[in-house]
Design a protein around this ligand. Structure first.
Ligand SMILES: CC(C)(COP(=O)(O)OP(=O)(O)OC[C@H]1O[C@@H](n2cnc3c(N)ncnc32)[C@H](O)[C@@H]1OP(=O)(O)O)[C@@H](O)C(=O)NCCC(=O)NCCS
Length: 254
């Protein structure tokens, strides 16, 4: 049977290959697999950090019509909100603290582990993004985390000349990173963290103004997870991020 996966060829110098072979040996894998894993990890971190959604200029008018379309009741959002009280008293999310043991956290996905270990605290200190954690009340271990940041949706630049009536970007929040430690997955903590993010988005919209919260799902499983909670694919976004409008959250009970 032939492997139908797409193939990527990368040219490296012999000294680079030596380093890759050494590091791969240390990690107990082949240089090919090592390069693949590290490249995917770095790409996923970049995608999740990306704060902008750019709508093609040709679609901007249709997108604006969707932004201004009437708010709607979304059964999946209402269900997410209703189920908050049925989870057996989960510890509430609280801001990440310097003393939290980030390095013991393992969600099974290298990019989200690395981001939490290396960037979550740094970004929090720099006020670039805010991370909240749910911790085990007995052991203090981090069960899961969610990170939010301010963002916007904008129209792609037009070829010259730039028109003077360039539309204003749409203010948004990005749910950048959400992960639950492997030992605690499928127990409702992911939903609790997403619910916290949705409630924070509603408060943020009231205080400052914000049209929606979006996220960049990394694969189809995560896409199903978010659609289960009430997120929909953002219309006209070529990257197919998923979003919830604040008006729809309110209309659905938030
Ligand atoms: C995706 C993730 C956050 C889900 O967290 P979780 O605590 O396991 O999810 P929950 O138990 O709260 O699940 C909520 C609902 O989503 C469903 N669900 C959870 N993970 C799912 C998946 N991968 N695919 C499809 N459905 C999923 C659950 O069955 C549950 O459905 P229910 O309401 O009918 O019971 C977790 O699996 C994880 O950390 N994965 C690795 C990191 C990652 O990929 N994060 C996403 C970043 S974009």
């Amino acid at each position: 049977m032939t492997d139908a996966s797409p193939m990527l060829n990368v040219r490296v110098s012999s000294s680079e290959l030596d380093i890759l072979a050494f590091a791969a040996g240390q990690a107990g894998t082949s240089p090919d697999d090592y390069v693949r894993r590290k490249a995917i990890e770095a790409a996923e971190i970049d995608v999740l950090e990306y704060r902008l959604v750019t709508i093609p200029a040709a679609d901007w008018e249709n997108f604006a019509a969707w932004v201004n379309s009437p708010v709607k009741y979304v059964p999946a959002l209402a269900q997410t909100y209703d189920r908050r009280s049925r989870t057996a008293e989960p510890p509430s999310p609280r801001p990440l603290a310097a003393a939290d043991d980030r390095y013991a956290f393992d969600c099974g996905r290298d990019s989200l582990n690395q981001w939490f270990w290396r960037h979550a605290w740094e970004n929090q200190e720099a006020r670039v993004s805010g991370t909240h954690v749910i911790c085990d009340t007995a052991t203090g271990e981090v069960i899961g985390y969610v990170a939010l940041a301010a963002s916007q949706i904008e129209r792609a630049r037009l070829p010259e000349p730039e028109p003077s009536d360039r539309p204003d970007p749409v203010p948004a929040l990005v749910l950048g990173q959400l992960a639950v430690d492997r030992r605690y997955q499928r127990k409702g903590y992911g939903r609790s963290l997403a619910l916290f993010a949705m409630m924070a988005a509603v408060r943020f919209a009231e205080d400052i103004g914000c049209f929606c919260m979006f996220t960049h799902p990394l694969d189809d499983g995560v896409r199903v997870f978010f659609s289960h909670l009430g997120f929909e694919t953002l219309p006209y976004d070529p990257r197919r991020c998923m979003a919830v409008r604040i008006g729809d959250l309110r209309q659905s009970g938030f």
